[in-house]
Write a protein that binds this ligand. Structure first.
Ligand SMILES: [Zn+2]
Length: 123
């Protein structure tokens, strides 16, 4: 049975393996610092980093996730403080920095799910 969108969203947030939906991708939560990635799923043995440079695509996802957040923070600062937009943007980037690790690792999880959707590893 194919998992539903809500179930997939839940599995992505809990960074579970895209194939078996049980094994963990990281050793600990991506929201608690810099987690180490498992090389393979402990349940179905799916190789997470399929080839060298595999996570280059995750950078695009990371950028797509980060841009709206920075824009929102900058817009909020601009509206609340009345600062010049450049100053608000610089502050928004600075305030965004603590979120960078979580966004980066979430982008990796999304990249693995995207890759497994379009080119599933059947080994
Ligand atoms: Zn698995």
């Amino acid at each position: 049975m194919k998992p539903g969108a809500l179930s997939t969203f839940n599995d992505i947030l809990h960074h579970r393996c895209p194939r078996c939906r049980v094994g963990k991708i990281f050793h600990h939560s991506i929201f608690l610092g810099f987690p180490k990635m498992h090389e393979r799923c402990s349940i179905c043995h799916l190789l997470y980093e399929r080839e060298p440079g595999y996570f280059l695509g995750a950078m695009y996802i990371s950028y797509a996730l980060a841009l709206p957040v920075v824009a929102f923070i900058a817009g909020f600062l601009w509206a609340v403080t009345g600062w010049w937009i450049t100053k608000a943007t610089v502050w928004a980037v600075f305030l965004f920095l603590p979120l960078v690790p979580a966004i980066t690792f979430l982008a990796r999880v999304l990249w693995i799910y995207l890759d497994q959707t379009f080119d599933p590893d059947r080994s």
